[in-house]
Design a protein around this ligand. Structure first.
Ligand code: IPE
Ligand code: IPE
Ligand code: MG
Length: 248
């Protein structure tokens, strides 16, 4: 159905599972880390495209709690790369009025210098109101739900007082709106523990293109696909008015 049936033509919150870096490198007989390096251009392209399109919240899945299972050399290189990207693009993100924050980042294996760079970028951009860029790093959706449960129990909230709304208020970054659109590149069709609470009613698209090849036009295609969806949230479409006279 056309956008007129949905609340918004442009999704307010878009979340991307940036997948396919390893396959991109393998196709070129390069080490997997070359794929991660090539992902940088895509990240900047997508941030710019989202901002220009009027997306208010963009979340990027950069490293999952499960990604610690990868070979140490790959994990180390990823940390190094992310650090370089954060430092290099901080001025641009700030100049664009983007508020940046990092969802996750609790594991002691994360190099302290990287944690500091995340904190510095968060502080630098916290007053910005252009678009909120959430980088999910060392993120796990289940972990966030467990953290919310712990927080409620710690505060002594009685069981009967726990509602969806009060539960969500205990999640990390509780101001984050529900995800409207999830884009997972590379053709894989799974959630991989990403923002589980927030994606409850998201629309999903699975472009086959690998993340390092994904560019602004692909992103705009995804927004276009979203516009054609009819979001019903469990309800039914209002019946179109019937022709002819009303029965007596
Ligand atoms: C996504 O690309 C990046 C991270 C998970 C950090 P992958 O590294 O998962 O690429 P594929 O899935 O092996 O192609
Ligand atoms: C999900 O991708 C995590 C990120 C994109 C950061 P993976 O490639 O790690 O997920 P699986 O292993 O295919 O589920
Ligand atoms: Mg993958």
């Amino acid at each position: 159905m056309p956008a007129s049936h949905g609340p918004r033509a442009v999704p307010r919150h878009v979340a991307c599972v940036m997948d396919g870096n390893g396959r991109w490198a393998a196709q070129r007989e390069l080490p997997r880390t070359s794929g991660h390096r090539a992902a940088e251009t895509t990240v900047i392209d997508v941030v710019e495209a989202a901002r220009a399109a009027g997306v208010e919240w963009l979340s990027l899945y950069a490293f999952s709690t499960e990604n610690w299972r990868r070979p140490t050399a790959e994990v180390d290189q990823l940390m190094h790369l992310v650090r370089r990207v954060v430092r290099k693009h901080a001025p641009l993100l700030h100049a664009r009025g983007i508020r940046c924050r990092f969802l996750g980042v609790a594991d002691p294996r994360i190099p302290p210098a990287l944690t500091r760079d995340f904190a510095d970028l968060t502080t630098l951009t916290e007053a910005n109101r252009g678009m909120t860029l959430t980088v999910a790093f060392d993120h796990g959706g289940r972990q966030d739900i467990v953290a919310a449960a712990r927080s409620l129990i710690r505060e002594g909230v009685p069981a009967d007082a726990v509602t969806e709304r009060s539960f969500a208020a205990h999640l990390p970054f509780p101001d984050t709106p529900d995800v409207d659109l999830v884009i997972r590149t590379s053709g894989e069709q799974r959630i991989s523990n990403f923002m589980l609470w927030q994606v409850a009613y998201a629309e999903w698209v699975f472009p086959p293109v690998l993340w390092p090849d994904f560019r602004a036009p692909h992103f705009l295609d995804c927004l276009h696909a979203y516009r054609r969806r009819e979001r019903r949230f469990g309800a039914v479409r209002p019946e179109p008015p019937r022709g002819g006279s009303t029965p007596t």
